[in-house]
Write a protein that binds this ligand. Structure first.
Ligand SMILES: Nc1ncnc2c1ncn2[C@@H]1O[C@H](COP(=O)(O)OP(=O)(O)O)[C@@H](O)[C@H]1O
Ligand SMILES: [Mg+2]
Length: 377
């Protein structure tokens, strides 16, 4: 399945192919749109509540023009990270640069000017219910002091860009979630920002609407070159759009790299959890219910292998040949992530634990991540 195929039909921004892949290295200073250097964020104690350290030792760089996913569970520190990027919060320690400027050092008018080049969209859209779609989109332009005529032209352009030109005079209450988010996107892009921050922007939407919004964001990235930082607690969202992924947990970056690498070589337990969420357990319920913890000689060891690209090709046949055994294929799932084939195979190795350890070390020698799930009769 190609998750990048647009669900919507025709139009200037509708056809979409995945953006060129961005190398997973940390970009040179000049190539970075957003840079964190040794950032810690601690919220001070307040009204009897203790202080909270939301982020620590945060170092990363987001390449100009990329789509980078920031993934973590609730409370991981994602929104704090976003608010540091747009200058709504200051780091307790360290430095945050956006487009080469130290945003943490700005305040007042300088900060407000810098914030015009940083658009933001939200889970609950944050539209003004008393304003029409057009008037919501116009708001940042009014604040920036644009003339009425210029605003009208720009708003029409933006409504067209997000493909809801016919909703010009509609109020938020008359619009679907997807349409409201399109207005949110148009408003965020009004002042032609170089970065678009998306904080759980699809979390309130159904899967199909989520996909159409992610497609729109991909098109905006490609056509306008806007760098997108996609904050989400859903790996499925990150992998549909992002090429680079930063995984945070408990205020730490626990993984950072190309989305396909992270999917196939998850290092951290939290990433493994995210991976399972996307790939499913790849263990059919009927098999899961029969899994036992202890080996027995007549049983099969159940091994799950994560595969990437063509690394897993013919692995069942290779194992059968290498160990002269019958390998049972118990379940398989292959998908496409970051332009690479990724998936998992669950196999049964006969002889309880007689051969399984050698199979696991063979797989690891061939750079295939694998784990023993248990045993079945
Ligand atoms: N304004 C704030 N004041 C105090 N603590 C906060 C504030 N914002 C977030 N936190 C705390 O910081 C931690 C990270 O929160 P947040 O950045 O919102 O994470 P996420 O967006 O990943 O759910 C949590 O423990 C949260 O309670
Ligand atoms: Mg949040």
């Amino acid at each position: 399945m190609n998750v990048h195929q647009s669900l919507t039909a025709s139009g200037p921004l509708k056809s979409f192919s995945p953006p060129d892949s961005v190398p997973a290295k940390v970009p040179a200073k000049a190539d970075a749109m957003v840079r964190f250097e040794g950032v810690e964020k601690t919220y001070p104690a307040y009204r009897g509540k203790p202080s909270v350290r939301a982020l620590q030792n945060i170092d990363f760089a987001i390449p100009r023009g990329s789509i980078t996913g920031v993934i973590g569970r609730s409370g991981a520190g994602k929104s704090s990270l976003v608010r540091l990027i747009n200058g709504l919060e200051k780091p307790t320690i360290g430095r945050v640069e956006v487009d080469g400027r130290d945003i943490s050092a700005l305040s007042g008018r300088d900060l407000r000017l810098a914030q015009r080049s940083i658009g933001m969209i939200f889970q609950h859209f944050n539209l003004l219910s008393s304003r029409t779609a057009a008037a919501n989109i116009a708001l940042p332009l009014e604040i920036a002091g644009w003339s009425k005529t210029d605003i009208a032209v720009r708003v029409a352009e933006l409504l067209d860009l997000v493909d809801i030109a016919d909703k010009h005079d509609r109020y938020p209450s008359e619009l679907s979630g997807g349409q409201k988010q399109r207005i949110g996107i148009a408003r965020a892009l009004a002042t032609r920002p170089s970065v678009l921050l998306s904080d759980e922007a699809t979390s309130a939407l159904d899967p199909q609407t989520t996909r159409s919004i992610l497609d729109l964001l991909a098109n905006i990235n490609r056509e306008l070159g806007v760098t997108i930082v996609l904050i989400t607690h859903e790996m499925s969202v990150a992998r549909q759009l992002a090429k680079e992924v930063i995984v945070i947990d408990g205020g730490d970056i626990v993984e950072n790299g190309h989305v396909a690498d992270i999917f196939t070589h998850p290092q951290h337990p939290i990433t493994q959890t995210f991976l399972a969420e996307v790939l499913g357990d790849a263990v059919p319920v009927s098999l899961a219910s029969r899994l036992q913890q202890n080996p027995f000689p007549a049983g099969q060891a159940v091994i799950r292998i994560l595969v990437r690209g063509d690394a897993g090709d013919a692995i069942v046949a290779r194992l059968a040949r290498e160990f002269s055994i019958d390998v049972a294929l118990l379940s398989a799932r292959i998908d496409e992530i970051g332009g690479q084939r990724v998936g998992s195979l669950t196999i049964g190795i006969p002889g309880g634990d007689a051969i399984a350890p050698q199979v696991l070390s063979y797989l690891s020698q061939h750079q295939l991540s694998a784990e023993r799930l248990g045993y079945v009769a």
